[in-house]
Design a protein around this ligand. Structure first.
Ligand SMILES: C[S@@+](CC[C@H](N)C(=O)[O-])C[C@H]1O[C@@H](n2cnc3c(N)ncnc32)[C@H](O)[C@@H]1O
Length: 260
C-alpha cells in the first residue's frame, strides 16, 4: 500500500475530480439518505456527492490518515473515518448505504471478482454501487512495469515488480456483478488531458501509480535516476503539440450496479 501525499495528489485536482462528477450525475437513486465514499482521499470526491445529493448524510472512508486529515481540515462538518476498505467490506452487521461511491480507489484492492459482489451486500434495496477506476493498460503503467523488470533496476525490484494497482476490462465487471445486480451501467471515457509539458505527466504518476515504485527505492540518488529514466522512456509517446502543451489521453472505467 503506497503512502499518499494529499498535496501532490491535489496538484491536478480538477482532472482528478471530474470523473467523480461524471459518475455521480449518472447515478439514478431518488433521494438517497446515506452515502459512503470509499477511498475518499482528500475529500474531493465526497464533496461532489455533497453537491449532487445535498440532503444526504455522507461518510468519507480512507486508509490514509494523511488524506483523512486533509479532508477533515477542508470539510470539518462532514463525517470522516480512517479504515481499510477490505476490513470494512467484511463487516456483515454494518450499516447499509443508499449509494456506495468510490472514485479512483478500488484498483488498489485485490480480488475484484469477490470484492465487487460483496460491496453490494452493504446497499439498501434500491441502492447503487458507483465506481470509477483508471484503465490498467496505459503506456505510463507499462513503462514503469518494464523498468522494474529490467536488470538495471533488479536491485530494488528483486521480484521484477512493485506492488501495484489493477483494474480489469468492463466485461469482467459485467460477469462479476450481473448475477447479483438488478441493473448495470458500464462505460469508459477517454479524457484528453492537456498538460503543460512531459514533466507534468511524470508528476501526475508521482502522485499515484509511481508511488509503490518510488517507495521501493530507498536511495534518493537512485530514485532520481529512476524518475529521469521513466521520463526519457515516456518522451516519444507524449510529444509537444505544434500549438503548445502535451496531450495526455487517460482512460477511465465507470461501473454502476443497482440493487433491486
Ligand atoms: C487516487 S486517490 C482517490 C481520491 C478521491 N476518491 C478522488 O476521486 O480523487 C485513492 C485513495 O484511495 C485510498 N485507498 C487505497 N487503498 C485503500 C484501501 N484498501 N482502503 C481504504 N482506502 C484506500 C488511498 O489512501 C487514496 O486516498
Amino acid at each position: 500500500m503506497p503512502i499518499w501525499s494529499p498535496e501532490q495528489y491535489l496538484t491536478f485536482a480538477e482532472w482528478r475530480t471530474r470523473p467523480s462528477r461524471d459518475l455521480a450525475q449518472r447515478v439514478e437513486v431518488a433521494q438517497p439518505q446515506r452515502i459512503v465514499d470509499l477511498g475518499c482521499g482528500p475529500g474531493n470526491s465526497l464533496e461532489v456527492c455533497a453537491e449532487c445529493w445535498p440532503q444526504a448524510s455522507l461518510l468519507g472512508l480512507d486508509s490514509s490518515a494523511a488524506m483523512i486529515k486533509t479532508a477533515q481540515t477542508a470539510y470539518p462538518h462532514r463525517e470522516w473515518r480512517v479504515a481499510d476498505i477490505s476490513d470494512w467490506v467484511q463487516q456483515s452487521d454494518g450499516e447499509r448505504f443508499d449509494i456506495i461511491f468510490s472514485s479512483a480507489a478500488l484498483q488498489w484492492l485485490d480480488n475484484h471478482e469477490a470484492l465487487f459482489p460483496r460491496l453490494l451486500d452493504h446497499l439498501t434495496p434500491g441502492g447503487a454501487l458507483a465506481v470509477q477506476m483508471p484503465a490498467y493498460e496505459a503506456v505510463p503503467n507499462r513503462v514503469m512495469r518494464e523498468l522494474a523488470q529490467s536488470n538495471q533496476w533488479r536491485r530494488w525490484f528483486p521480484e521484477g515488480r512493485a506492488k501495484e494497482w489493477r483494474s480489469h476490462e468492463l466485461e469482467f465487471y459485467y460477469e462479476a456483478l450481473a448475477p447479483h445486480a438488478s441493473r448495470l451501467d458500464l462505460w469508459a471515457t477517454d479524457y484528453l488531458q492537456i498538460m503543460p509539458d512531459l514533466g507534468a505527466i511524470v508528476e501526475w504518476y508521482r502522485g499515484t501509480g509511481l508511488r509503490p515504485y518510488l517507495e521501493a527505492i530507498t536511495e534518493e540518488s537512485d530514485r532520481k535516476r529512476f524518475l529521469a529514466e521513466y521520463a526519457e522512456r515516456l518522451q516519444p509517446f507524449y510529444p509537444e503539440s505544434a500549438v503548445g502543451g502535451v496531450l495526455f489521453p487517460f482512460r477511465r472505467l465507470f461501473i454502476i450496479a443497482y440493487l433491486g
